[in-house]
Design a protein around this ligand. Structure first.
Ligand code: NAI
Ligand code: MG
Length: 500
């Protein structure tokens, strides 16, 4: 097929995939939506339509769930030896790695992020997630339990897969979010219906081909494309689904909880954040400037753990804000596939207007713009300049709400009392992540303990690893992704007691 006019830098392999007839993976077959409907996929760097994908609705959801149910109740997957399951996961990792460049191109084209970042972050982290979880498949075990009253029984626990899992993911790391969800559920022996984000379906559809190639039995993973209301809602409500795992907005997370109530399916949620970054005056200023800038600007601020509230001690406030503003001003905005790109466009027209709206609302409420602002200066595409706001106050929307764009609010603090700054950092409905910057060891640990967040970084931010549990306190979610802890999301415990 011809190379897409949409971006001549794409490899012919990627261009061929993008221009192919896109199908969903349901019950081991690549199929169109039952209605025949499709919806457009956009290139955020230009705003142009690049292709169309199937628009799943309730009937398609039902077919996918029925297939996953059959694969769980009757199929080989949950009964297969753990080592065989582990081998399939390892194979998936190998195949994704083999196609690393292609996946990085798809992520860049569809989401807008720099190709150079996708190939060193999104795709390798995806590979690592499948490899890491491949190892867990053989290490899931229960315990023997001495009965506290000392009766003559032998008791032990079994850790069993929870069953059919619905997984609903967002667009900020399309491939990686699929891996965070699929890999542990597969290691545990669950079967799955994965709904991709409507903004970024391409890498997930390519992954579906690889899952098929890796030898997963029919119906174990079903991958569907569709909108939140049309496909996500019937999936979250489906009576044959045992568990729903969701990543996205706190608003939709609450809808998922309601939808799950019908059959009391289990729910885990990875939701929004408004992560504080706390800089003490003894921190190494060079690394603070680079580190706190990347805390907010990495992935264009489209990270649930973006360091969007920057609290800096007044002694170093001007130096840090000038430094971060300088970094912001130097960042080169360009389409993700452009080799000079350091920051691409936001993912969609909707996100562009949302983020620009926040910048304008901050200015309207009296914030000062130290860098960036609402005008990008790029003539097409959904670009927003990395923006630093000062002179904010805790009541402003920009300080309270998740912006999900490259916008940071810098705030000085003068408190001698460490407790007061911990309290300010915790003054949010969210509790996903935080970072603290100091060379004082005891201060670092004290603040780490005081912060109500599922992840605390010291002298770094946005460090992820398949082995580290990640998830939210407060309204940032329920449960943890990654690490040994994610297995709890996909297993249930059975107590067996035998009279001796
Ligand atoms: P969203 O929460 O609407 O979408 C996330 C996923 O949920 C998508 O797959 C979507 O199709 C699905 N969904 C939407 N409505 C649903 C429903 N009623 N039932 C079941 N599934 C549904 O997020 P959206 O609209 O893409 O972004 C809005 C805001 O959400 C962002 O500005 C950001 O603040 C936050 N967000 C947070 C993310 C995170 O990683 N925690 C990721 C993406 C967005
Ligand atoms: Mg939405």
């Amino acid at each position: 097929m011809a190379t897409l006019s949409i971006d001549p830098r794409l490899s012919s392999r990627t261009a061929d995939f993008v221009s192919s007839d896109h199908r969903m993976l349901i019950d081991g077959r690549f199929v169109a939506a039952a209605s025949g409907k499709t919806f457009p996929v956009y290139n955020p760097a230009t705003g142009e339509v690049i292709t169309h994908v199937p628009e799943a609705e309730a009937e398609d959801v039902n077919r996918a769930v029925t297939a996953a149910r059959r694969a769980f109740d009757e199929g080989p997957w949950p009964r297969m030896s753990p080592s065989e399951r582990g081998r399939v996961l390892w194979k998936i990792a190998d195949l994704v790695e083999e196609h690393l460049e292609e996946f990085a191109e798809l992520e860049s084209l569809d989401n807008g992020k720099p190709f150079s970042v996708a190939r060193v972050a999104d795709v390798p982290l995806t590979v690592d997630m499948f490899r890491y979880m491949s190892g867990w498949a053989t290490k899931i075990s229960g315990k023997t339990l001495p009965l506290s009253a000392g009766y003559d029984y032998h008791s032990y626990t079994l850790r069993e897969p929870i069953g059919v899992v619905a997984q609903i993911i967002p667009w900020n790391f399309p491939l990686l979010m699929a891996a965070w969800k699929l890999a542990p559920a597969l290691a545990c022996g669950c079967t799955i219906v994965l709904k991709l984000a409507e903004q970024t379906p391409l890498s997930g559809l390519r992954l579906a081909q690889i899952l098929d190639e890796a030898g997963l039995p029919t119906g174990v993973v079903n991958v569907i494309t569709g909108y939140g209301e049309g496909a996500g809602a019937p999936l979250a409500a489906h009576e044959m689904v045992d568990k729903v795992a969701f990543t996205g907005s706190t608003e939709v997370g609450k809808l998922i909880v309601k939808a799950a109530a019908g059959n009391l399916k289990k729910v885990t949620l990875e939701l929004g954040g408004k992560s504080p970054v706390v800089v003490f005056p003894d921190a190494r200023i060079d690394s603070v400037i680079q580190g706190t800038a990347s805390a907010i600007f990495f992935n264009h601020g489209q990270c649930c753990c973006a360091g969007s509230r920057l609290y800096v001690h007044e002694k170093v406030f001007d130096e840090v804000v000038d430094g971060v503003s300088h970094v912001a001003n130097e960042i080169k905005l360009a389409p993700g596939m452009d080799p000079s790109c350091q920051m691409g466009p936001l993912v969609s027209d909707e996100q562009y207007h949302r983020v620009v709206g926040y910048i304008e609302s901050g200015i309207g409420e009296g914030a000062k713009v130290a860098a960036g602002g609402p005008v990008s200066g790029v003539d097409r595409g959904w670009f927003v300049r990395p923006t630093v706001l000062t002179n904010t106050n805790p009541r402003m929307k920009v300080v309270q709400e998740e912006i999900f764009g490259p916008v940071v609010c810098a705030v000085p603090f003068s408190d001698r009392e460490t407790d007061a700054i911990i309290k300010r950092a915790n003054d949010t409905i969210y509790g996903l992540a935080a970072s603290v910057w100091t060379q004082n060891l005891s201060l670092a640990h004290k603040v780490a303990r005081g912060l109500r967040a599922g992840t605390v970084w010291v002298n770094c931010h946005n460090v992820f690893d398949a082995s580290l549990p990640f998830g939210g306190y407060k309204q940032s979610g329920w449960g943890r992704e990654m690490g040994e802890e994610v297995l709890n999301n996909y297993l249930q415990t059975k107590a067996v007691t035998v009279a001796l």
